[in-house]
Design a protein around this ligand. Structure first.
Ligand code: IVH
Length: 670
């Protein structure tokens, strides 16, 4: 028996090592047939001595029973996502941010990697044994796909060698190679089964099988690109060395990964890999740049869900041909009509699209788009799909011109297009249900009155059922009315009423912004709130007076006066106030923008914040930040090693703030 145990161990070690040489090193030292002989031998012995079977034996890649559902796995270290960049200037700006935050000059060392188009997983090894594998999920917790991950030939069931951390989570991308994808679809087609739309969907569908035998039959593969939890060992100081370390442990890393110096070499890598993209055996949708030093990564940290030390530089969006079958016009908040093309559905950029925006009639003219035209459409990430251009070669004969409607498609009021403006509008204002809906959505939005739970679907229902005609009606909704709506439970109805009540306490500037006056964004609303003490002041303001306020020009001034001189608008505002809206005194707004009209120049290095942070903080308080010192400069902030700008400020007698004076000013102690 001891003898058999030894043979089994030798066979397993040998199979694992050959697997490693084949998959990870891409340097096999025996033939496939020789490998099969070893594998069969092990299977035979295990069949005769089932008591010798261990979970990490290379024969044990398929779990026996299908699962009922996937368990949830919490990620001890969240699985982050990546910020995207599309242009060279996005990439240069990323590099600049890295420099600013690290407060260093000189070239940064980056690791360039292909951005694999699959799905992220985290695999946990304890004492070298694979114990758990999870999908990314929402980044905080994912699904337990251990059984499925074990079926992927390139995933080690046991880490290689004896030198590994007690606990190690490795992270990587599960994907389906192009060849495997095509073969899978050919088989599906032959059997009359449904085909997968792309390798990524095929990989995701295969990994999310409750029966791991199905997963095992799918050609999945994995590349590892990072780590999560590590216990019991200090890892190298850089990302790249860590990748080499996990490679030694048997985790396959992508062959194209390279360390480079400086952002220009990143761009060169992108260029080269882009050219080779179609020749690669797997799909990629861009490249990823990662700051190599872990110390620098820690300093950089992350914002919301993405690290500041990495950027995904995406390849240009895919463009695909289809046909415009019809064009309809959508009515926006200000009545603007947007032509929307209905398309013969096509799969582009990872989703099927059947609509695309044509922006406005000028664009339609410029691109010479007709109904019935063959066109190229593009969809990049989450942006709205758009028509890029018309294919004029062999143009169909029966194409039809796109006509701006004479009447609003929703309320049938007249459409007006002011000379010289690209945008045509419905003229009935808030009498138009489409505009009313959009106005309410805007009023409720997070940066306006922030009415939690008042989403698009609910607004549509409220307007369609004539429960809400003006903004003011929102505050007279009753429990019975809300609870009577479709898909509205009693609890949700009460939550809605609570949210409405809560929104009644707001600020003057938010309220002005939420009214949806044309061209009045948040910044202008803040300016107005600062300049005027009461709403009633705005009722009688003249265009001339408005134009004395910074950044308000004749057009915005006209929109504001015509909004407040409209009787209907005034009665809605009065009703809103009567329903109990309390607006904090505009002193509060003044506090929000204390530096309005002031110009700052930053020079030298600050200890407690970067130049970019200082600039953002100042701008949030209303200040302008200029690049050079002139008579128009109000303050110069001088950090360490300030040079010529400081000298100039002294010459011009401009107040100079050192770091502590500046911080005191930012915190309001001035
Ligand atoms: S690193 C904190 N490296 O892209 C860094 N991700 O958009 C997080 N992806 O969820 C991931 N190739 O699924 C990294 N070389 C690569 C990648 C990569 C593809 C995916 C991954 C991630 C998503 C983020």
């Amino acid at each position: 028996m001891k003898q058999i145990r030894l043979v089994v161990k030798q066979l397993r070690d040998s199979i694992n090592e050959h697997n490693y040489r084949y998959h990870v090193q891409a340097n096999p030292t025996i033939s496939d047939t020789e490998f099969d002989v070893l594998f069969k031998k092990l299977q035979e012995i295990e069949r005769a001595h089932p008591e010798l079977i261990t979970r990490d034996s290379p024969t044990q890649r398929v779990g026996a029973k299908p699962l009922k559902e996937f368990a949830e796995v919490r990620h001890d270290i969240p699985m982050l996502s990546l910020d995207n960049g599309f242009t060279d200037s996005d990439v240069l700006a990323f590099d600049q941010r890295v420099h600013d935050r690290l407060a260093i000059s000189g070239e940064i060392e980056y690791v360039c990697e292909p951005k694999l188009d699959g799905l992220a997983v985290s695999i946990r090894y304890e004492q070298g044994q694979l114990v758990c594998a999870a999908t990314r999920g929402d980044g905080m917790s994912g699904e337990d796909v251990t059984e499925n991950i074990r079926t992927i030939p390139t995933v080690p069931l046991h880490l290689r060698g004896n030198f590994f951390p007690a606990v190690l989570e490795v992270r990587g991308e599960v994907y389906m190679p192009k060849k495997g994808f095509l073969e899978l679809n050919t088989r599906a087609e032959a059997k009359g089964e449904k085909q997968f739309v792309n390798p990524r969907n095929a990989a995701a569908g295969s990994l999310r099988q409750l029966d791991s035998r199905i997963t095992a039959s799918r050609p999945l593969a994995i590349f590892f690109y990072g780590i999560g939890v590590v216990e019991g060992m200090t890892l190298p100081d850089t990302h790249y060395e860590t990748l080499l370390f996990i490679k030694e442990l048997g985790c396959l890393i992508n062959h194209e990964i390279q360390v480079v110096k400086g952002i220009n070499q990143c761009l060169a890598y992108y260029e080269k890999l882009g050219q080779r993209r179609i020749t690669l055996p797997y799909e990629i949708d861009g490249v990823v740049y990662k700051v190599n030093s872990f110390k620098q990564q820690t300093t950089l940290g992350f914002v919301s869900r993405a690290p500041r030390w990495a950027l995904a530089h995406k390849f240009p969006a895919e463009e695909i041909q289809t046909i415009i079958t019809d064009v309809e016009f959508q009515v926006g908040r200000t009545g603007a009509l947007t032509p929307v093309a209905r398309l013969r559905p096509v799969f582009v950029g990872g989703a099927t699209i059947s609509n695309a925006t044509l922006h406005n009639m000028d664009e339609v003219k410029r691109k010479d788009i007709h109904i019935g035209d063959r066109v190229l459409v593009r969809r990049a990430g989450d942006v709205i799909p758009e028509v890029v251009s018309v294919i004029t070669k062999n143009r169909p004969k029966n194409i039809k011109a796109i006509q701006l409607p004479i009447h609003c498609p929703v309320c049938h009021a007249k459409i007006e297009q002011i000379k010289g403006e690209a945008i045509a509008r419905c003229t009935s204002g808030l009498f138009c249900p489409a505009q009313r809906k959009e106005a309410i959505k805007h009023f409720a939005s997070r940066r306006a009155m922030d009415i939690e739970g008042l989403g698009d679907k609910l607004v549509d229902q409220l307007v369609d059922q004539h429960l809400v005609t003006t903004l003011a009606d929102l505050y007279s909704l009753t429990f019975t009315q809300l609870a009577g709506l479709e898909r509205m439970a009693e609890k949700s109805a009460q939550n809605m009423l609570d949210a409405l009540e809560k929104s009644k306490t707001s600020t003057f500037s938010r309220f002005l912004y939420s009214l949806g006056i044309r061209e009045v964004g948040e910044a202008t609303a803040k300016q107005l709130a600062m300049h005027f003490d009461h709403l009633s002041d705005l009722y009688k303001v003249t265009e001339e007076e408005l134009q004395t306020i910074p950044d308000i020009g004749p057009i915005v001034a006209k929109h504001i006066t015509s909004f407040f001189s409209d009787k209907h608008n005034r009665s809605v505002i009065d009703k809103l106030i009567a329903s109990g809206i309390v607006l904090q005194k505009n002193k509060k707004d003044r506090q929000l923008l204390p530096f309005i009209g002031k110009t700052f120049v930053l020079t030298g290095t600050l200890q407690s914040l970067t130049r970019l942070e200082a600039k953002e903080k100042l701008e949030n308080l209303g200040a302008k930040v200029a690049g050079s010192v002139s008579n128009k400069t109000h303050f110069v902030v001088a950090g360490e090693d300030a040079g010529s700008k400081l000298k100039k400020a002294e010459e011009l007698n401009i107040p100079i703030l050192n770091e502590s004076a500046f911080l005191a000013m930012l915190s309001g102690q001035y």
